[in-house]
Design a protein around this ligand. Sequence first.
Ligand code: SF4
Length: 377
Amino acid sequence: MSTNEQYQYEVGPIRPPSEGYSLLLRLVRGCAWNKCKFCGFYRKEKFGVRSVEHVQRDIDAIRSWIDVFQGKTYKIPVGDEEREAYYVAANWFQSGMESVFLQDANALLMKPEQIIEVLRYLHQVFPGIKRITAYARSDTIARIDDHHLWEFAHMGLNRLHVGMETGCDELLKLVNKGVDKATQIKAGKKAMAAGIEVSEFYMPGLGGREYARQSALDTADVINQINPDFVRIRSMALSKKLDLYADYQAGIFTRTNDIDDVREIRTFIEHLHGITSVVESDHILNILLELRGKLPEDKDRLLRTIDDFLSLPEDQQMVFRLGRRLGVMGSLSDLGSELRVTRVKEVMSTYRVDHTNIDAVSNDLMINAVPIQGDED
Ligand code: SF4
C-alpha cells in the first residue's frame, strides 16, 4: 500500500460468473502470486494493496450514485472515473444491491484489521447487503489466524471462491500453482469451520490427457475431504499466450478436447462421495452447462447427462460442440431444435468444419470467449 498514492476510483477486470450482480469493490490490485502457467489475467498488473481510505472513497462514490438513482439527489457523471463509478453503481442498483465481490485475485492479502474495517464501513453505508464474497488463494487462507476468519464471517464475508484447479500434487507443481493438495484441504476446512461458504473451482483439461484421470481422482479426494458449499467447473482454454502453451508444445501435456474433458468430469463426479456440495457449471468455457445439481441426490442425474453426451453419434456431438462454442446452443436439449441445428450446420458448411478440425475450431472459439485471458499476457 502506498499512502501517498493519489485516489482514483478503481474496478478490477474479473469476477467469478456467479458474481455478475455483485458490486465489484477493489481491495487489492492484481495477483501477488501471478505465476500460474494457465492464467494470464494479471500479468501486466503490478500487485498492490489499496488503502482503506481509498476503498472507503470508492464505497462513497457508489453511494452517491445510488442516492441519485433513488431520487435523493441529482448530478451527472463528469470524466471517465465518475462514469466508471456511475456504470458500476447502475448495474448494482438494477441488481437489487444485495451482494458485493471484493477484488482482485486475493483480497485476503489486505491486513485482517483493514478487511474488517472495510466490511464494517460497507455495512454502515449499505445496511441492506446480504452477501460479501472474494477470491482467495488456499495458501493465504491457511496462514490466516482462525479468529480473523471468524471475524470476517461475523462481519458478513460469507463466501470465498478458491481456485483449486486440481488436487493432483504433481500437476499443481507442473502448472506452478504454488499450493499443494494438503494446503488446499487445510484451507477449505478452515474457512468452512469459520462459517464462511467455500466455492472451489476445478479445471478439467488442465493436465492434458496425461493427467486427466489422476487430476479427477485427486480433485474428488480434496472435495470429499472439504465438503465445500460449491464446486464450480471451469474448463481450460489454451491460449498461445499462456506460459502453459510452451509445455504443450514441448509434449509435457497432450491437449484434450471437449469429449476428453467431459470424460474427466465424469470420473471426478463419479468419485464424489459423502458430501452435500452444489455442483455448478456456470462458466462460458464449459461444454455442458446443465451439469448443475446438489449432491448426493443429483449425482445420478449429472452422470446420466454426461453419458447422454458421450453416447451421441459423432456428427451430433460435433454439432453440439460447435453450437455451444458459437452460443447457438445452451444445453443438449437444443439438439432437438431444428432451427438451431440448421444454423450450426450452415456454419459448418460455410467454414468447412468437420471431424478433422473441430478440436482446433472449438479451442479457438473458447479462447475468443475469454479474450482477456490471452490478451493481457
Ligand atoms: S490463477 Fe489465481 S493465483 Fe494463479 S496467477 Fe491467476 S489470479 Fe493468480
